[in-house]
Design a protein around this ligand. Structure first.
Ligand SMILES: Cc1ncc(C[n+]2csc(CCOP(=O)(O)OP(=O)(O)O)c2C)c(N)n1
Length: 943
């Protein structure tokens, strides 16, 4: 029988012992004596976690004592004293656990003190059966907070200090015990949280002073001009500095930053280092780029910039991505950039390049792309080793209060889904802000996962500087008007603590004002001498030339055959699916013969030939590994082990890699990510594939606001390829049209390329052309579905050989009547050509010529002219499958007319044969589809 005395009845070993008893009780209650059985039976609420605590803090070294003969001991040990003490410990641990889970609810987070929360009974010791008289009662807590035992009063003080101060920690939703324990240790270990040095405190004040003074200066010099100032959230600046400094100590050498409008000018200037004079010049309406550089420009609070900062002897590159008004759309773009930079640097651990994303509270909760982007965070094809999110939680979105703006308690709640820890912090305690910012970057470096800082702050003025916030939030704004600034409060605190004198604090601001005044003068004559583009990874590339831009895309057939052998081979012992084995046999035969090579094989040849030449290729999309139409099989799966094998990665020694990624079911975030990747790495061919072309609608913001306009707005090029399956085959409204019209409407100023291809060889050249030219433009390709395996679109290796190239227009390819006898030329683009050719052949018609426009934009004026000038007596018909209010008709109409006007031919204008105008792109009734298709083809060919 164990010796129990009244004073040291619950030692660490006993605690372990009791925990073991409990484990045994869970396994088999009957093994314990009745009094212990009753004791355990009366416990409730998450006991297993409480007992885990009883074994000692999970980061501690002590292992629980293992009871070998537990059952025997359990029946042997008894004693009311032990049970009582255990009960006290358990109840104290329940209280402690409640604070860990819910303490943030009573944290002092709102600088305005407007938010009324609580009371929360689970944070009240009385809920656990303690009374006031227990407050000074010593309780065994098994070395929690570095204490073997502590009074209830002390325990509560520690808990409130840790969890209910100016920091609210949300981390108990994290499933991974090591991560939870790590965070617990950071905040509960009082020694580690020892205060900041006076030097750092002064530095925090300096940074705050600069942030505040900069906004004041802009307000004075450009009163009433929109700048979306940072006032009320100045603590963001010390937070960023803390991330930068701690991150640099931990090995980060590059930060890619995304942020919305709020405080952007401050960050551009005071964090990234954009010259003040440049910003002031923009306030005067000037461009930051030299006059000779084309582009429509953008408002100043959308612009990006980049620069190097020296941090304790290390050079750290910071780049703030340009972004459109559409809030949060930049998030995945930044992530894609980070991923590309990690690849370029060989940062396989993902600890050298990191993302910082800042968000508004309303936008973080409201925009779906936030959730989509978070979902990318732990996926093999998209992870970037964790993102540091900072929510500038000013508790308002334009005029909308949180109560109307979200259902979740915090704006940050969506991040819980990916198990990110969330550190809420009151902006008026800049030291607490710095503490959580440091912990955030430490967590990211340690666990390579996303982390959120929720900076509770306020917005001192209206949504922008000319807005009146009291129209909608009078009480809040009365409170704000009375509230000293964060800098004033922190100055008082430091002066009070003797860290510095008031005059020194004031001097920080006045010195900076003097500097700003000088820069303000300099801005009057500021002229940008260099455009901010085509540097770094883009060096050597140029603006697209005016010529026909064929690029060197041909590839020797012998080498294509060699590559092809790699494409159809699997490793020894690999158990192929028999159907795939047959497909590979067919491909092998076609490749050896060099003829009838289908679409998917040609795509593989294009990609593999680029990889063989040292170009990294990345393709993502939903089910892209196999291909929506089971056409690609770029990833082969062993039928016994499910091991995956990517043949393209085994075609040539020393080749560059091919990344083929099955993406999550997101369009916006994934297209944004791939676009971002293409921004950072022009030497990688980046492709995104839609499941069906129509679904790219979900990424419309990325396509409109980035892909098609970033070159003119921000001088940022992209070579991203969008593959959009398109074609009317009777599959209904959403599986027919990729909405060609949407892309064509975006075309201007040589911004993108839009192709609708009918031959595999043209696809081969179009893909290789993306890399084998000295400039980058986005490329939208409408790709086949049923035609993927059709002989008509297949090509021979000779069509991919050196000397061959991409064809913008394919003229008549059959023998028909003499040119002058041709009565009509039917122009089309894409799949309908084959329907026309078939119908023409069946009818015996030989006075109708067929020509295909393979590239719709840039429109092939001269190639088309060469085709049309032959047929002097012919009328011109444009044939499309789409309803006439959709498809390419309204785009090609005037352009064809323009071509005809230059030629000595009879026709003046084309007319259209297509489906009648419609609200929905296609019928869902197959019979009707067939009728419509026959009708439009007949109309195109009819005499
Ligand atoms: C996608 C999108 N919808 C609407 C807007 C218009 N808008 C601009 S700022 C803003 C409020 C944003 O609130 P919050 O995210 O809390 O940031 P804050 O302005 O408070 O810093 C709105 C609605 C926008 N820019 N983007």
């Amino acid at each position: 029988m164990a010796e129990l005395d009244g004073t040291s009845f619950l030692t660490g070993a006993n605690a372990g012992f009791i925990a073991e008893l409990y484990a045994r009780y869970l396994e088999d209650p009957a093994a314990l004596d009745e009094s212990w059985r009753c004791f355990f039976a009366e416990l409730n609420d998450d006991n297993s976690a409480v007992f885990a605590e009883l074994r000692g803090p999970s980061w501690g070294e002590r292992a629980p004592r293992v009871i070998k003969d537990g059952a025997a001991a359990a029946t042997a040990i008894d004693g009311e004293a032990l049970r009582q003490a255990t009960s006290d410990s358990i109840r104290a641990l329940q209280l402690i656990r409640s604070y860990r889970v819910r303490g943030h609810l009573e944290a002092d987070l709102d600088p305005l003190g407007l938010e009324k929360r609580g009371p929360f009974p689970e944070l009240d010791y009385r809920t656990y059966g303690f009374t006031e008289t227990d407050l000074d009662h010593e309780i065994y807590i098994n070395n929690l907070f570095g204490r073997e035992r502590a009074s209830l009063r002390e325990i509560i003080a520690i808990l409130r200090g840790t969890y209910c101060g100016k920091i609210g920690v949300e981390y108990m939703h994290i499933q991974e015990p090591a991560e939870r324990a790590w965070i617990q240790e950071k905040f509960e270990n009082q020694q580690r949280r020892s205060g900041l040095s006076p030097q750092i405190k002064r530095e925090i004040l300096r940074v705050l002073s600069i942030a505040e003074t900069f906004e004041r200066f802009l307000d004075r010099r450009y009163t009433g001009t929109k700048r979306f100032g940072l006032e009320g959230a100045e603590s963001l600046m010390p937070a960023l500095e803390a991330v930068l400094h701690r991150g640099t100590e931990l090995g980060i050498r590059e930060f890619v930053i995304g942020m919305p409008h709020r405080g952007r000018l401050n960050i551009l200037a005071n964090f990234v280092g954009k010259p003040f004079a440049a910003i002031f010049s923009e306030f005067q309406g000037n461009s930051t780029n030299p006059d000779h550089v084309h582009g429509s420009g953008d408002v100043k609070y959308h612009l990006g910039t980049s620069g190097d900062r020296e941090v304790n002897g290390a050079t750290v590159h910071l780049s703030l991505a340009a972004n459109p008004s559409h809030l949060e759309a930049v998030d995945p773009v930044v992530l894609g950039k980070v991923r590309a930079k990690q690849f370029q640097r060989g940062d396989s651990e993902r600890t050298g390049v990191a993302a910082i994303l800042m968000h508004g509270d309303a936008a973080f909760a409201g925009q779906g792309i936030v959730a989509e982007s978070l979902e990318l965070s732990n996926l093999i094809g998209f992870c970037v080793g964790g993102t540091i999110h900072i929510i500038v939680n000013n508790q308002i979105g334009f005029t909308t209060a949180p109560s109307a703006g979200r259902s979740s308690p915090y704006p940050s709640d969506v991040a819980k889904g990916v198990q990110a820890p969330i550190f809420h912090v009151n902006c008026d305690d800049p030291e607490a802000v710095v503490e959580v910012a440091r912990v955030a970057v430490e967590f990211r470096q340690q666990f390579k996962k996303d982390v959120v800082v929720d900076l509770f702050c306020y917005r001192r003025h209206g949504h922008n500087e000319s807005d009146e916030p009291a129209f909608t939030q009078p009480l809040m704004y009365r409170t704000i008007a009375r509230r000293p600034t964060t800098r004033q409060l922190y100055t008082e605190r430091l002066v009070g603590a003797g860290v510095l004198r008031k005059e020194e604090a004031d001097a920080m601001a006045t010195r900076f004002v003097a500097e700003l005044e000088a820069q303000f003068e300099a801005a009057k004559s500021y002229r940008a001498n260099k455009a901010d583009w085509l540097e770094g990874a883009w060096a050597g590339l140029e603006q697209a030339p005016e010529d026909d831009r064929r690029g060197n895309t041909g590839f020797p057939p012998t080498r294509l055959r060699e590559i092809g052998r790699g494409l159809v081979k699997v490793p020894e012992g690999f158990r192929l699916n028999p159907k795939i084995a047959r497909q590979l046999d067919a491909k092998r035969a076609a490749l050896e013969a060099g003829v009838s090579i289908d679409w998917a094989t040609t795509e593989a040849l294009a990609i593999a030939s680029l990889c063989a030449e040292g170009t990294h290729v990345r393709m993502s999309g939903q089910d892209s590994g196999r291909g929506t139409f089971s056409q690609r099989h770029a990833v082969l799966v062993d039928q016994e082990s499910e091991e995956r094998y990517v043949p393209i990665n085994h075609v040539s020694p020393g080749q560059a890699p091919f990344e083929i990624i099955d993406s999550p079911l997101s369009e916006a975030a994934v297209v944004g990510f791939e676009y971002g990747y293409s921004l950072a790495d022009p030497s990688t061919l980046v492709l995104w594939e839609a499941q069906f072309g129509d679904f790219a609608n979900g990424a419309q913001v990325i396509i409109d606001q980035f892909l098609s306009s970033s070159e003119v707005k921000w001088l940022r090029m992209s070579g991203l390829v969008l593959l959009l399956p398109h074609g009317y085959e009777g599959q209904g409204p959403e599986h027919s049209s990729a909405r060609i019209e949407r892309y064509l409407q975006l075309c201007a100023e040589d911004n993108i390329q839009v192709c609708n291809l009918t031959t595999a060889a043209n696809y081969f050249h179009a893909l290789r052309r993306q890399i084998r030219r000295n400039f980058r433009k986005p490329l939208v390709i409408f790709t086949p579905k049923s035609l993927l395996r059709a002989r008509e679109v297949s090509s021979g290796l000779d069509e991919m050989a050196p000397g061959t190239s991409f064809h913008r227009v394919i003229g008549e390819s059959e023998t028909i009547a003499a040119d002058d006898a041709v009565r009509r030329v039917v122009l089309s683009s894409g799949k309908v050509y084959f329907d026309l050719a078939k119908a023409r052949a069946e009818s015996g018609e030989d006075r109708v010529a067929l020509a295909r426009i393979e590239q719709l934009y840039p429109f092939p004026f001269s190639s088309l002219a060469r085709v049309l000038q032959r047929y002097r007596n012919a009328e011109i018909v444009w044939c499309q499958e789409e309803p006439q209010n959709m498809g390419a008709w309204s785009f090609v109409d005037r352009r064809i007319e323009e071509v005809l006007a230059r030629l000595d031919v009879a026709a003046k204008r084309p007319r259209c044969a297509g489906r009648t105008e419609a609200a929905s792109p296609a019928t869902g009734l197959y019979k009707r589809h067939v009728e419509e298709q026959a009708h439009l083809v007949g109309e195109a060919l009819a005499a």
